[in-house]
Design a protein around this ligand. Structure first.
Ligand SMILES: Nc1nc2c(ncn2[C@@H]2O[C@H](COP(=O)(O)OP(=O)(O)OP(=O)(O)O)[C@@H](O)[C@H]2O)c(=O)[nH]1
Ligand SMILES: [Mg+2]
Length: 327
């Protein structure tokens, strides 16, 4: 299952209390104050990690606590600091603080981190209160509480290329044939219900990520079919590949189908509509597909890449075209 949002609670550690203590030594009848300060409590930190693929793990454990600071001790010993609690999330995770009702981070690079709940401060021990006029202070402070919040985490997928097209166009077949992902493929519409990412390795050094998303149909922007909510997952892609079935089962016209998708994308957002486009004619192995492709090229007014996701024809060209588009 593809998880892209989760609610968690975080609690930072309390600061350690300050210590009340006086020095006791042989031959020193009245030792001075020597109560140390408490250690600060640990903080809860959220950190982007390139090896974490989803928020699934956070769904299993929904509550996170950092360690409390240790109390100060006699002999002017500072209490130990509490350990931080570090939560690793995929790059592209947006963190919202529900209690404060605001977005606190948008983690877009590896190892970027944000403190989501600050640890409490350690209290001062009585040594810290000593002064010329008060050489035997009995005051000390308690450590303060750590912050505690409810958070909402949302993952916006960062794929390089987003595949768009009508249901059944062959998007998942392309992803299955070119990438590490294993999406479900079937000869009925809406096989893909949730976005999925696949890593495409072209050479040993070069790779990119493609996103398979559910098919879009006419009226999707007003909720028809699966709607277009999932388009938010490809808002950050560098390029959209529009997959067109050259010989649709239902006898519909590829050019009309092309326009339906482009129109729905435009209704969703201008920004998405303005993204670079690669037009792919799929199912070139079927009789009549080559003629349909030539006709479509004239109608759209640009060259399209003709492939067969099933026989593999031109899939290598497709990989290089995608790679060029993202670099
Ligand atoms: N002949 C032929 N069939 C293909 C080709 N590519 C995909 N298909 C078939 O078309 C059907 C739909 O393929 P999918 O990959 O599931 O299509 P999709 O675009 O992901 O569909 P949705 O997830 O429903 O939006 C399947 O039966 C595939 O086997 C192709 O190049 N040639
Ligand atoms: Mg699919």
């Amino acid at each position: 299952m593809f998880i892209d949002e989760v609610k968690i609670s975080v609690k930072a550690g309390k600061g350690g209390d300050g210590c009340l203590s006086f020095r006791r030594e042989k031959y020193v009848p009245k030792g001075g104050p020597d109560g140390g300060n408490g250690g600060n409590g640990g903080s809860v930190i959220i950190k982007a990690d390139r090896n974490t693929g989803s928020l699934l793990q956070l769904r299993k454990i929904q509550s996170y606590k950092a360690k409390k600071g240790q109390p100060g001790k006699g002999g002017n010993k500072q209490g130990l600091y509490g350990d931080d609690c570090i939560i690793e999330v995929p790059i592209g995770t947006i963190v919202k603080n529900i209690n404060l009702n605001r977005t606190i981070a948008d983690l877009t690079t590896d190892e970027e981190e944000v403190v989501v709940a600050a640890g409490g401060n350690g209290g001062r021990g009585n040594k810290a209160f000593a002064s010329a006029v008060n050489q035997t202070p009995r005051e000390f402070e308690y450590g303060t509480a750590g912050e505690e919040f409810e958070l909402y985490l949302e993952l916006k997928l960062i794929a390089d290329i987003g595949l768009i097209g009508l249901p059944n166009a062959g998007k998942s077949t392309i992803v299955a044939r070119t990438s590490s992902a294993t999406p479900k493929i079937a000869d009925y519409p809406f096989t893909t219900l949730e976005p999925q990412l696949g890593l495409v390795s072209v050479t040993e050094q070069s790779s990119f990520v493609i996103a398979d998303i559910p098919g879009i149909i006419s009226g999707a922007h007003s909720g028809v079919g699966l709607g277009i909510e999932f388009l938010k997952h490809i808002e950050r892609t560098k390029c959209l590949a529009h997959i067109i079935d050259l010989v649709p089962n239902d006898g519909s016209d590829p050019f009309e189908n092309y326009k339906i998708i482009e129109n729905e994308i435009k209704q969703f957002s201008e920004e998405l509509a303005n993204k670079k486009r690669i037009i792919i004619g799929n199912k070139i192995d079927i009789t009549g597909a080559k003629e349909a492709a030539d006709k479509l090229e004239k109608q759209i007014g640009c060259q399209i890449l003709k492939i067969s996701a099933v026989t593999g024809e031109n899939l290598n060209e497709l990989k290089y075209k995608f790679l060029n588009a993202v670099n």
